[in-house]
Design a protein around this ligand. Sequence first.
Ligand code: GUN
Ligand code: ZN
Length: 458
Amino acid sequence: MAKIFFGKIIHTKSLNEFELFTSGFVAVDQKGKIAGVGNESDYCAWLPQHADFKGAHEEHLSEDQFIMPGLVDCHIHAPQVAQIGLGLDMPLLDWLNTYTFPLEAKYTDQKFAAKVYAKVVENTIKAGTTLASYFGTNNKDSTLILAKEALRQGQRALIGKVCSNCNSPDFYVETTETSVADTEEFIAAIRKLNTDRIKPTITPRFALSCTNELMVKLGDIAQKNDLHIQSHISENLSEISSVKQMYNSSYAKAYDNAGLLTPKTVMAHAVHLEDEEISLFRERGTSVAHCPASNTMLSSGFCDVLRLIKNGVKVGLGTDVSGGNSMSIQDAILRALDVSHHLEFVKKQDIIGCGRLTTQDNEYQPLNYKQAIFLATLGGAEALTLSDVTGNFVVGKDFDALVVDTSKYPLQNYATDEATKKSQEQQLLEMVQQFIYVGDDRNIIGVYVAGKQIKKKL
Ligand code: GUN
Ligand code: ZN
């Protein structure tokens, strides 16, 4: 049934365009698409042109609530939720060998997979993720269970069977032939689900665990089927030096030579990309999933996302569970802000005894919360080349949205006289700030994908 929401609304149109309606409406048609959005004062002029909406269900938000676009997680490893919070005192390669590969190998057990994946999807939805780009494991059958779970629970998802045929432990490695055959079978199985909400995604784990032969074959499959691609790049210095040795090229060139840098590719991390690699990303239209929690937890380094964006690279946010320790993209917003502030200190602060670092840049402006919201919503949708469908409230896109209630714990609503003297715009912006800086999933009382409520109001 068609539905019209009335109340406070926020969204972004680009990195620096943040739009708000203190008293707005969003009309959602029977197919879950946005048919109208604007100020409530324009609603009376809009309605007569939209006969379908006569008698539509009306939902009036309370004073403490606002609507914002759903959150986009551009990089998350669903199987690793089973070890979230473990081994984060190790650098990447040790963490992979000690914790991650042994855990992922267990997903040959379909019952275990079904149990974990149901929880992963439930909890990411609870945290407001309406679109996620998931890594599964090498096991195609359990990765299909993840796809079915996302479909069942109504989340939009890119899902990849992970591919790795070298530099991996004996208990978790494929032959080139199996990796390719299983990827093809996985794609066919997803197609049988007959939905465009779940997209099979070509997923070489990283250049270090795939031979060039395998990467070229995966690049061909992606091209023939016009598929999304996801992987990791330039996360950790030891990893980068091993990749350079193995491929005798830069990290980005290793992927590009295999046809894996495309406009539908999203690469996680990109912490240490060199200038020429960034130019290559821009030329290919390839995006970056910025994973601030994991870059800090696994001691990978600072990713200067503003450098990427200024050089024409699309960027979204990723939780990178379980290198990252939170399934929430709202948390990733805060972590991205933290990293950006810390980077500012490095660029500007005169560190006693060390002098200034070579990265000195007195003009550097850290990300602000509105820009971080862009990265978490429209930026993510652009990075996953799905911004024609989702990411903000534009007529014709699907209604993927959150209802945020700022009266719920951990936020407090102390309606002071001071507060009521502020403009409506200022009051709404302060609600948004409090949600971003102090709130959590308890404040997300409704989650919608294509107009359908997938997290019930509490
Ligand atoms: N590089 C290769 N595999 C992984 C992984 O599972 N997590 C992270 N953070 N980096 C990787
Ligand atoms: Zn990752």
